[in-house]
Design a protein around this ligand. Structure first.
Ligand code: SF4
Length: 330
């Protein structure tokens, strides 16, 4: 099995982290805030149509636990499950810059006080980036690994409106520019595939936009329906139907075909962590099955990350040729 992309037809986030840390590094997802501008209805904003009451938190119980308790408990669980010794604390749920800088500083210091914690990852929105937050990230970047995951979801405004994000694609581009110009943090974005009326051209353009951005990674989600969300209401009314696994896989293949190999990919689909809250599509609950299904379709069709970019840039040709050879050997 070819070692370059760990036998996968794409550049995985595990490989990205391994290059930085020299070994496997796993994220400890934690919850330290319980709100966001959307949920508060700031400037007339609404809760994102796909977001449930847990605000993307990995575990409900984390809301009742302090930061230290979460880090210590999940480090043991994740360490045993994956045999990992190095960790990143992932401030995941809700909008993690929607709080006081002093509180952020305290949380970062707490996370970094553990010898097994090698840095942290902050999840946030494009419209919650004050100069003070950017300065703080850059300050911690001088002494630790700092990554930011920005909820972009789409660069197309009609999809953002459907998701009720409360920001535009231009807002995201400006935010990415601002972060890259003010800090050196490891920057990634989240994108959602499966909005109504999504076209192949849009999928392709999203990848090409990513290629031109100062980001190192992308996380893909499929738009799925959870209980107690606006999307659940629309689903019940017949106004929204999630795409099937086959259709989703074709869109992921298209996106990845145009995504430059320098950009690492976290995962190929969203996986519902609370199965009882998943309404549709059911395939979203089959984490390993879905991953394998998508990877198998990549292999069958000899698709790999960046395969449609070949020859578009002379300087990239050697890189792409190596990638192609790897995939052929798998
Ligand atoms: S997805 Fe994020 S910004 Fe949107 S409502 Fe949920 S927590 Fe708030």
């Amino acid at each position: 099995m070819e070692k370059g992309w760990r036998g996968l037809p794409y550049h995985s986030i595990a490989e990205h982290y391994k290059r930085i840390f020299g070994e496997k590094v796993y994220k400890i997802p934690v919850t330290v805030v319980d709100d966001c501008p959307n949920r508060m209805g700031l400037k007339g904003m609404k809760t994102c149509s796909f977001c449930d009451v847990w605000g993307s938190a990995a575990r409900e119980e984390s809301f009742q636990m302090g930061l230290r308790e979460q880090i210590e408990k999940y480090q043991v669980q994740i360490g045993e499950e994956y045999n990992s010794k190095k960790f990143l604390v992932y401030f995941q749920a809700y909008t993690n810059t929607f709080t006081k800088v002093s509180a952020l500083r305290e949380n970062f210091d707490t996370a970094l006080s553990y010898p097994f914690v090698k840095g942290f990852v902050v999840g946030t929105r494009p419209d919650c980036l004050s100069p003070a937050v950017l300065n703080l990230w850059q300050e911690y970047y001088q002494k630790s690994f700092v990554a930011v995951e920005l909820g972009v979801q789409s660069f197309f405004d009609h999809h953002l409106e459907f998701m009720q994000r409360g920001h535009t694609g231009t807002d995201s581009l400006k935010a990415i520019d601002k972060i890259a110009n003010s800090t050196a943090v490891d920057l990634g974005i989240h994108l959602i595939i499966g909005s109504p009326n999504e076209t192949e051209e849009e999928i392709k353009q999203q990848a090409l936009i990513c290629n031109d951005l100062p980001i190192t990674n992308v996380k893909l989600h499929n738009l799925h329906v959870l209980t107690n969300t606006e999307l659940a209401k629309w689903y019940a009314e017949g106004k929204f139907t999630p795409i099937e696994r086959e259709q989703y896989t074709e869109r992921v293949k298209l996106f990845m075909s145009y995504l430059h190999p320098r950009i690492a990919v976290h995962r190929l689909a969203a996986f519902a962590s609370r199965w009882d809250e998943l309404i549709a599509p059911k395939w979203t609950s089959d984490k390993m099955g879905t991953h394998q299904y998508i990877v198998d379709r990549f292999r069958e069709s000899k698709t790999y990350q960046g395969c449609c970019l070949i020859n578009q840039n002379e300087n990239d040709n050697v890189l792409f040729e190596n990638m192609r050879l790897r995939v052929e050997r798998i």
